[in-house]
Design a protein around this ligand. Structure first.
Ligand SMILES: *[C@@H]1O[C@H](CO)[C@@H](O)[C@H](O)[C@H]1NC(C)=O
Length: 140
């Protein structure tokens, strides 16, 4: 009887320790959302393939107005990095779509817009679009 009780209590303590470790993780890493939208004119499709060191989000085809969105937590050591390869009409490019160092202070909802003249990131706290990369996507 006593042995069973001790086993249960030790079991509960271990469970509790594991839980509090997760809570610490939760406190240190805030939840982020990245959304990448095709805002190109003339019905140009975007082929988008985004990854981090640990996750391959796969290749997605976005029509005008469509977007890809995903959620994650910044890791504790602040090295979170997602990047994408992109193809649209005459342009092929790759870019960091979210990095802790560059973006963690600028957004929780991190909207990105693919436009004919370049890549834009939304600065949530200053309420403005900022151009990150220039290209010239043309329709033929
Ligand atoms: C991000 O984009 C969505 C869809 O356009 C919009 O509803 C949302 O308000 C945007 N969020 C921010 C912070 O810009």
């Amino acid at each position: 009887m006593l042995k069973v009780l001790v086993t249960v209590i030790v079991g509960l303590m271990i469970t509790k320790m594991v839980q509090s470790e997760r809570e610490v993780d939760g406190i240190l890493g805030s939840k982020k959302t990245v959304r990448v939208e095709n805002d190109l004119t003339n019905g140009i499709s975007v082929f988008l393939h985004c990854k981090s060191k640990d996750d391959d989000l796969g290749e997605h085809v976005l029509q005008n107005g469509q977007y890809q969105e995903w959620r994650f937590r910044d890791n504790i050591v602040h090295t979170t990095l997602f990047w994408c390869a992109m193809r649209a009409s005459n342009v092929q490019s790759s870019f960091d779509v979210y990095s802790y160092k560059a973006d963690s202070a600028l957004c929780d909802q991190c909207n990105r817009s693919l436009r004919n003249d370049g890549l834009y990131f939304y600065n949530q706290y200053e309420n403005k679009w900022e151009k990150k990369l220039s290209w010239n996507i043309q329709s033929f």
